[in-house]
Design a protein around this ligand. Structure first.
Ligand code: ASP
Ligand code: MG
Length: 439
């Protein structure tokens, strides 16, 4: 069995929803996980914010706008009177539910219940669409098996047991549809896996049923080896290991939520990124093993701040780094890149909310220097292959760009460099030309 997840843009219009039918209906057993139609969760979020702030009229205006939009979708989606009626009734019932909150006092769990309507609508509409085309499918309610525990983490045992039970009701069915993102919490209330959580749903389902493959369908052909906004001639990376994908996902490649593939990674279930606009393209496959190709991609992240702590006390001392990192822990600020010398340590952060407090605290241990407006450039690949000259190729390419920090060897999968934001585009172009184009 495969799990296929379609994101918001892949279900974003009636045309796109119709285009999913042949992909779903290819006779291969599968569970299809759908996000809400693009833009819907944002609008539902606005509705809840307005209700929370007692701005009932503003909430009602958005509800009306969204309801009208869904009736339009229904009119484009269905051909027969029977299904046009079914579709409109569905929209009415979901929107009557949303409207019922305008009259009540508002709590946080009602907020989650409103946010859940987007996925409930997209899956129910797709289910009707298949039915109208006489394609048989089963709509599995995610709220019957997706669950988070008291720590707000997925309860993987519960998910596995309950999904199995749901599937056992339909031993001869091949096509299942379910909602991404939504779940119940430890108290049985409607909750969710946080924004962008549908990838996580797919990964959790894949792990629960030990799927053959998980496919994440978006609107690009998979991971690119560079950022097409800044460099020309980027190409799709065909194969990545989980570690390489995690580095890339973290450093800006928005197409996959970095922590969402963890359940698949643990079981070695391959994850394939596919393009709904180009369904026959093989996309990018992410699996446990790397194909040994050394340099795979270059990514960058902006708005990085470096903090350098210099202290004679660090020399030959122990416990110094612990004290430094405790400061970041205290202010819940993640540290990305670290480099050290005998008398200094430099770190980067991208969340400057508590920068002044962190600076004051660190001043107890040495002189603190802060530099803003930096970019992290991350060269991702398989650097285990002890081939000579890799670092030289990277540094040769950047001969004319001042580099502030270098981190090499933290993992076998990345070389990370810090440059000024203003030098980022140039650095990306030079690396692309020297590492890929001249290959
Ligand atoms: N619909 C949810 C969101 O927009 C979940 C998802 O699309 O992954 O965040
Ligand atoms: Mg997404």
């Amino acid at each position: 069995m495969r799990v296929l997840k379609f994101g918001g843009t892949s279900v974003g219009t009636s045309e796109r929803l119709k285009a999913l039918m042949p992909i779903a209906n290819d006779n291969e057993p599968k569970i299809v996980v759908l996000s809400a139609m693009a833009g819907t969760t944002n609008l539902l979020d606005e509705i809840t914010k307005n209700l929370k702030n007692d701005k009932k009229q503003a909430a009602e205006e958005i509800i009306q706008k969204l309801e009208k939009y869904y009736h339009q979708i229904v009119s484009e989606l269905f051909k027969t009177k029977v299904f046009l009626n079914k579709g409109n009734e569905l929209i009415n019932s979901h929107f009557n539910y949303i409207k019922s909150f305008v009259r009540k006092s508002f709590t946080v769990y009602q907020e989650k219940a409103i946010l859940a309507q987007g996925e409930l609508l997209s899956t129910a509409l797709f289910h009707f669409l298949l039915e109208e085309e006489k394609i048989h499918s089963i709509l599995l309610p995610a709220l019957n098996f997706m669950r988070i525990d008291r720590g707000m983490e997925p309860d993987e045992y519960y998910i596995q047991e309950n999904l199995k039970r749901e599937l056992q009701k339909y031993p001869s069915e091949k096509l299942f549809i379910t909602q991404g993102f939504i779940c119940r919490n430890a108290f049985g209330e409607i909750d969710n896996l946080k924004r962008g959580g549908s990838d996580y749903t797919a990964s959790l389902i894949g792990a629960a049923i030990k799927a053959k493959e998980i496919q994440i369908w978006t609107d690009i052909d998979g991971f690119h080896n560079g950022d097409p906004r800044f460099v020309n001639n980027t190409s799709v990376i065909r194969e990545l290991s989980f570690e390489e994908a995690a580095e890339l996902a973290y450093f800006g490649a928005k197409i996959l939520h970095p922590s969402s593939v963890r359940p698949c990674k643990d079981l070695g279930i391959p994850v394939r990124l596919k393009n709904t606009m180009n369904p026959f393209d093989e996309g990018t496959i992410i699996k446990s093993t790397s194909n040994g190709k050394e340099i795979k991609a270059i990514a960058a992240k902006d708005n990085i701040t470096t903090i350098k702590i210099k202290s004679g006390r660090m020399l030959l001392a122990y416990g110094f780094l612990r004290k430094v990192f405790e400061v970041f822990e205290m202010y819940k600020t993640p540290v990305d890149v670290i480099t050290t010398s005998e008398v200094a340590v430099s770190v980067t952060i991208d969340n400057c909310e508590h920068l002044n407090l962190i600076k004051d605290e660190l001043s107890r241990y040495g002189t603190v220097e802060i530099v803003k407006d930096q970019s992290i450039i991350c060269v991702v690949g398989d650097f285990i292959a002890e081939k000579k000259g890799l670092a030289r190729r990277i540094f040769n390419a950047l001969a004319d760009i001042p580099i502030r920090m270098i981190s090499y060897g933290g993992s076998n999968h990345n070389v990370t460099l810090l440059v000024k934001c203003d030098d980022k585009v140039k650095a990306l172009q030079l690396l692309n030309e020297n590492l890929f184009t001249n290959e």
